[in-house]
Design a binder for this molecule. Sequence first.
Ligand code: PLP
Length: 368
Amino acid sequence: MTLIDSHPDAGLAPLEFAVTKNLRAKSPEEREQLLRDPAFGTTFTDHMVDICWSVRGGWHRPRVQPYGPIALDPAAAVLHYGQEIFEGIKAYRHADGSVHTFRPDQNGRRLQRSARRLALPELPVEYFIQSLRELIAVDGDWVPAGDDQSLYLRPFMFAKEAFLGVRGAHKVAYYLIASPVGPYFTGGAKPVSIWLSEQYSRAGKGGTGAAKTGGNYAASLLPQAEAYEQGCDQVVFLDQDRHVEELGGMNIVFVHKDGTIVTPQSDSILEGITRDSLLQLARDRGHKVEARPVSLDEWRQGVASGDIVEVFACGTAAVVAPIGTLKGAGFVEEQPLGELALSLREELTDIQYGRREDKHGWLVRLDA
Ligand code: PLP
């Protein structure tokens, strides 16, 4: 039984996508050139998927069409009230040429949870996975084959109804675009430095922190700019009780001396699929895993006493980034570096690229 069959949406009739080929698609030579060294999120494939939703018609007009600008009414609700959600997931080329993605049911369900919080319609997980397949059917050649390369898939949904009243939109669009990407960090997963944001928070109790919605990222841009000013790569956020939440776009994990792995848990943190997978691999190796609130004091004291032996961040884009430095107002603390983060990273990427057995049935083939 595949993961897809086990979902409650299983059994839905597949959508019938109308496909319009891009007559200005890149030539194989142009594409090869673009795939050589793609910078994150700057190059896009020849096509995109879109599905409309309305209160009356439900999900309708599924299309694959040439990648290009979207015409929006200036009164479209997303432009005023930010009613928008998105996902991030990758397609990997295996040595035999086949194309696979990783736990798409989880991204599909998270998109549904985000939709619920943002008063958007829930796209059935089957349609979500079908949209990935439809795009790969036309743009499969864009999945790069180089080391640590992949095709980053960006599904998103927004309120397109032209209406300035403040309520959930009655017309919504779902899109899927794709962008070939290389390794997030050149020269391997080098340790990153983190700026502790004390002035700004990312999410509040009962807010949208657990949803993947643009507003959370908009709110992180100023603290992220502050991090750069402080010479740091990323920002880490605390909640109102000075518990550690997460980075702007990655979850955080602490490794303790006795092998216990601890990660912050709260309803204002995005539940990362990379984190969940790494923690499962750690459990498979016999590590004890705890998801619970972690205070800033516990972090700093744990590092000072030697109880915490490794700290790392994780997410789809970078996979795993060891944290080398924590800097805050008035302090800079070096973080201990260990072996576990990079060894879990290798195990996970080996599974994703088909180099190691996929014991948990996480991979879903997209090109067949
Ligand atoms: N936290 C935030 C705020 C994110 O944007 C992301 C996205 O990558 C993550 C955590 C990690 O989630 P995932 O592992 O599903 O990519």
